[in-house]
Write a protein that binds this ligand. Structure first.
Ligand code: ATP
Length: 292
């Protein structure tokens, strides 16, 4: 997908697996929204092939379109719409919708009352959009940052709904910046950067593959040069906020070298986490070049 002067999506290729949740991750500007909008048929790719239900989404018939639920990152909902009324109207367009009252109850939409969409909070708007995306019992759900701006309770409710839909056989692709969310709800993740896929696979495989990682904090800022020297070749050091993230072939060897380094440089290690990587560690390793 090319915009004037910009290649936003560049040879990005993936399959969504039926009945699974795929999380689409990547830094701001990676091309997630553009890709999702191309799959929805809202944008026409400048080249390449997209097939959804075996069909080019640009050529969807109304009945094919009805098989897909869509939640945009913003917009797409009339500014005067009221939560429950709007979800009811969307439901009325579908042959076999979910029970609107039950859906609105579980997502707390009744509480929004008669507030028009334009006056809703960011999280309320998100929840209305989610309800509208799922009410038609879609086979495929494309959700662009469904939990952005949600409070912790609303976020967990969204995860529960996503899990239930997956159990009912719905295929779901969601973009998110929350690594914990991807780790909890997704079967498969795709990490993109600058319009290209940098890795994709099962969450469990991504967490167990690659280098070992040790994350530590020190009481005073560490001298990175002496640390790199102490760790030796083949080990990388990156700083992430207050943490130092060290990646190398063996977590045990890194930990031993750290103990030697801390005592000879008079540094106090205030926390140290070693072993299993989180999805956030994988994300930083693959896309955090600016932070190195
Ligand atoms: P975010 O996480 O911030 O939502 P994203 O991964 O969804 O980002 P996109 O919104 O797809 O990224 O944007 C990818 C690139 O394409 C960005 O560099 C963006 O500036 C550019 N872009 C997006 N929409 C347009 C447009 N309509 N015209 C020109 N450039 C655009």
């Amino acid at each position: 997908m090319k915009y004037p002067g910009k290649r936003a999506v560049d040879g990005l290729s993936f399959d969504l697996h039926a009945g699974q949740v795929t999380a689409f991750l990547g830094p701001n500007g990676a091309g997630k929204t553009t890709t999702i909008e191309v799959c929805e048929g809202l944008r026409k790719a400048t080249s390449g092939t997209v097939r959804v239900f075996g069909v080019d989404p640009q050529r969807f018939t109304p009945s094919e379109r009805a098989r897909m639920g869509v939640m945009l990152q913003s917009g797409g909902i009339p500014t005067a719409a009221r939560a429950v009324e709007f979800v009811s109207e969307i439901a009325a367009l579908h042959r076999d919708p979910l029970n609107v009252n039950e859906l609105c109850e579980r997502l707390d939409l009744h509480r929004i009352g008669r507030t028009p969409y334009r006056r809703m909070s960011g999280g309320q708007k998100q929840t209305v959009a989610l309800a509208a995306a799922v009410v038609g019992r879609p086979e495929l759900l494309l959700l662009d940052e469904p939990t952005a701006g949600l409070d912790p309770v609303a976020r967990v409710k969204t995860w529960e709904l996503i899990n239930e839909l997956r159990e009912a056989g719905v295929t779901i692709c969601l973009s998110t910046h929350y690594m914990e969310e991807a780790q909890r709800v997704a079967d498969t993740v795709i990490i993109a950067d600058q319009g290209k896929i940098v890795t994709q696979g099962k969450v469990s495989d991504l967490l167990s593959s690659g280098s070992s990682q040790v994350v530590l904090t020190t009481s005073t800022p560490a001298d990175l040069d002496s640390l790199k020297q102490a760790l030796g070749p083949g080990v990388s050091v990156a700083s992430r906020f207050d943490d130092l993230v060290i990646s190398g072939p063996s977590a045990d060897e890194i930990s031993r070298a750290l103990v030697r380094w801390s005592s000879s440089n008079d540094v106090v290690i205030t926390s140290l986490r070693s072993g299993d990587r989180s999805l956030e560690d994988v994300f930083f390793e693959l896309t955090g070049r600016d932070l190195q």
